[in-house]
Structures are given as C-alpha cells and as structure tokens.
Ligand binder design. Structure first.
Ligand code: FAD
Length: 447
C-alpha cells in the first residue's frame, strides 16, 4: 500500500489481538507501527491467562502433596513460599514479553512504548508526537471494573493479585465469573481463607447448570465460602488494617478484597470521538463483520469490541483483520462453538449449547452424563467426582454441546470441541474405541 502517511497501519495496544494483527500485516508487506502504554504482550501474557495458569499449577501442589501420601510418598515438612512462586511467575512473564517484542522486531514493526490517543481518522498522538497512518487498529483490550461503592479503593483486582507482597489471611472475592472462581481456587489452596461474594444467586453464568453446581459443591467442601444475593454496600478500612465489607446481607471482615466484577473496554480518553467512531452502551467499539468501526479507516479487534473476551478470539480477529485489509484475503471469524474453560480446582470446560439452551431451542434433546470418581481420586481418598455431559439433538443425533468438570477437563475439551464443531453424531462417538484406563474414555462410553 503506497502511502504519504507515516505508516500503512498503526496499532494501538500490543496485546493478543494487536500483536497478531501487526505482525501479519507486516508479513503482508505493510509498514507497521504499534503503540503500547504498559508492557508488550497485553493482558494474556502480563496479567491474565499465562500468570494465572502458572499460579493454578503452583496451587495444585497443595493437593498433590496431600494425595502423595496415599501413593506411598512421605513429604514431611513441605512448606509453601509465596514470594518464590510470585517471582518465578513474574520472571516467566518478563521472558514471554521479551519474545513478543522480538517477534515485532523480527517483522520490522516500529514499537512506540507510549500511550496513544486518536486525533482523527488517520492520525494518532503517540506520547508527544503526531503519527499518521492509512489504517488505525484499536486493540486496547479491557480493564477490571471496580464498583463505585464507598471504600472500594481499598480493594485490589486481578492486576494486583499477581504482585501481592504477602498473602492475606482472609480474602473476600467479589464476583461470580471465571476470574473470581479461578483466584478463589488458587488462594484457597495457598492457605488463604476465601469468601466469594456474589450479588446474584449463581456462579459462572453461561456454563451448564449441572457443571456449575458441581464446582460450587466441591469448592465448598474445599473450604471456600460463598455468599449469594449479597450486593456490596461499602468497604471500611479499620485502624487495625483489616477491612469490614458491608454487604446487603451483613458485614464480613477480611484482610483484602479483590474485585472480579467484570471487565470494561478500554476506550476512555482514547479520542475516538475525533474520528466519529461509535461506541455501544458498554463503551465497546462498534464494528462490522470485518472489524471495521463506523470510521472507514479505523478498525478494532479483541476485548475492546466486547464480542468474546478470550485470547484465541482476539488473535483470530487480529489475523482476519490483517488478512482482509493487507493480504487481500477475505476472511470471516466464525464465532460458533467457541470452547472455553475455567481453571478452577477442579477445572471445568464447555463447548456449544448447554442443556438449558438446547431445551429452549431444539424440539427434542438427549442428554448423556458420566458422573464418576477419577481413579486417582479413589486411591487418594478424595471424594470429588467428575461430571461429563453431552447434549444431543434428538432429531438428528448431532452432538450440540459438551460440558465437563474434573481433572484436565480443559485439555480433554479442546479435542471434544473438534467433534462438536464438526457436527459429529453421538453414534460416531460410540464407534470410537476407548483408551483404557483414562478419564476421557468416559466420552466414548456414554450411554
Ligand atoms: P489486551 O491483551 O488486553 O491488550 C491490550 C493492550 O493495549 C494492553 O497491553 C494495554 O496496555 C494497551 N493499551 C490500552 N490502551 C492503550 C493506549 N491508549 N495506548 C497504548 N496502549 C494501550 N483469556 C483466555 O482465552 N484464557 C484464559 O485463561 C484467560 N484468563 C484470563 C485471566 C485474567 C485474570 C484476565 C484479566 C483475562 C484473562 N483472559 C483469558 C482474557 C484475555 O486475557 C483477553 O481476552 C485478551 O488478552 C484480549 O486481548 P486484546 O488484544 O483484546 O487486549
């Protein structure tokens, strides 16, 4: 693309979507720059998926060490040291951020380590300079929402959770989504007394009800306390340093409160009005099927568009944008059957329709479940049961949804998602010979 402007493409935000779009557009021959106000890698690498998953691994050792005894291992005097886990996780984050930076350098993408603000359809203020580009991509992601009740400034969000100086004795986690449940699992296993507070009466909306109930039941057995229908009224910092959290259902004392109460698109102060870019009622950039905003030279991908807030989706949107605009390759992101997981203890995962959704939209529905104690749990003397569930369209025998909770559920679900996406029939699962003894074999033995 010939240009009198500084760049063919200027990307704002070097996270999952922005980095993919920048490097693919560069590979297609575009002259590309990217602006990042914090750290290269974005939420997923710096303060999302990656450090979160590493903490989940770290926390899991608590159970593994307990279970080890029944397998003949006597691990006396095992002690946990939070700063060691925290610092090792943060070093890994730094290493990965370096790799992302290297990728951008290798593709000759100019990196501005500054905040960028749109000043017109083709112009952006990056730090103190004005930069022009034929196309601007908004890939600024989202940030944690913090309620505006009095005293909420005493709380932390997932951003700060990775950097805690020391673990609090008692932590209250506000929210019922995946971030709340994942951190509840991690900190509970690391010895923090956890109370999850939710203003509604359910956790993990969008996941299958039976699977959510199973997580709730297991989490409670593990010692996590849940308070439902408890909207937060105010947080008071006591002279002792403790916090009293006033809920509609009464006060709760804790040493730290973490807000996992949703994420809001990063569009505040981004200057989008200067280019006529429309936002929806949540502040997300409104885009069409090709990620184009209401300004023809400005596109947006990832969490800032509030379509599906997951890294692989942001990456696909970034890739499709670059292929369409700079690769002359018409591409559509397919949002059907996106699998997802919650890395709770134990983890759960789902793809396609829940049983409830299928019953609301299909004439006849068949549900197959396996409710079993994994072999390892049996020997370990652990009471937790896994639950696998397949939802089938009664008329066509097609599998329309799969849902599971139990050890390694996300790993197994990634492959099961292929079957659901491909529209396989239940009889085709039945044709597959089991691998024995595994947990996943339950999926081909469902009756
Ligand atoms: P981001 O990765 O957020 O990148 C946006 C970047 O833009 C940021 O680096 C930001 O600093 C920068 N920026 C913002 N404004 C400006 C500006 N004006 N100028 C310059 N730079 C700017 N997803 C999964 O798929 N699996 C998971 O397990 C998972 N776990 C998560 C756990 C947590 C705790 C959180 C918070 C998120 C998790 N996610 C997970 C979601 C995932 O991280 C996001 O969906 C993904 O990072 C979105 O990518 P993005 O490119 O849209 O934005």
């Amino acid at each position: 693309m010939a240009s009198k402007r500084d760049y063919d493409l200027l990307v704002i935000g070097a996270g999952s979507g922005g980095v993919r779009a920048a490097r693919v557009a560069a590979a297609h021959g575009a002259k590309v720059a990217i602006a990042e106000e914090y750290r290269i890698g974005g939420t997923c690498v710096i303060r999302g998926c990656v450090p979160k998953k590493l903490l989940v691994y770290g926390a899991h050792f608590a159970e593994d060490l307990e279970d080890a005894r029944r397998f003949g291992w006597h691990v006396e005097g095992a002690k946990f040291d939070w700063p060691t886990l925290r610092d090792n996780v943060l070093s890994e984050v730094t290493r990965l951020s370096g790799l992302y930076t290297q990728t951008l350098d290798n593709h000759k993408v100019k990196v501005f380590q500054e905040r960028a603000v749109v000043t017109g359809p083709h112009s952006v203020r990056v730090g103190e300079s004005e930069v022009t580009a034929n196309v601007i991509l908004i890939a600024t992601g989202a940030r944690p929402h913090v309620p505006n009740a009095p005293g909420c400034e005493h709380g932390i969000t997932s951003n700060e959770a990775f950097h805690l100086e020391q673990l609090p004795k008692r932590m209250l986690i506000a929210g019922g989504g995946y971030i709340a449940n994942e951190f509840a699992g991690v900190f509970n296993k690391l010895g923090v007394k956890i109370t999850v507070v939710n203003r509604s009466d359910a956790i993990l909306r969008g996941y299958d009800a039976q699977i959510r109930d199973r997580l709730l039941q297991i989490s409670m057995i593990k010692g996590i306390q849940f308070l439902f229908n408890s909207p937060l009224e105010k947080v008071v910092k006591e002279p002792s340093g403790a916090l009293t959290v006033h809920l509609a259902t009464g006060p709760v004392e804790c040493d730290a409160i973490m807000f996992a109460t949703g994420r809001v698109p990063n569009t505040d102060g981004l200057g989008l009005e200067s280019a006529g870019v429309e936002l929806d009622k949540h502040g997300a950039v409104r885009v069409d099927d090709e990620s184009k905003s209401t300004c023809p030279s400005i596109y947006a991908v990832g969490d800032v568009t509030n379509r599906v807030q997951l890294t692989p989706v942001a990456i696909r949107e970034g890739q499709a944008f670059a292929d369409i605009v700079f690769g002359n390759k018409p591409t559509k992101v397919d949002y059907s059957c996106i699998p997802s997981a919650v890395f709770s203890h134990p983890p759960l995962a789902g793809v396609g329709m829940t049983e409830g959704e299928a019953r609301n939209s299909l004439g006849s529905v068949k549900v197959y479940t396996a409710d079993f104690k994994p072999m390892k749990n049996v020997l370990a003397g652990r009471s937790e049961r896994a639950l696998y569930k397949i939802v089938v369209d009664g008329a066509s025998d097609r599998i329309v949804g799969a849902h599971m909770i139990g050890p390694d559920a996300p790993e197994i679900m990634q492959v099961m998602a292929v079957a659901v996406k491909a529209g396989l029939r239940k009889s085709q699962l039945d044709d597959v010979v089991a691998i024995h003894p595994t947990m996943a074999e339950e999926l081909v033995l469902l009756k």
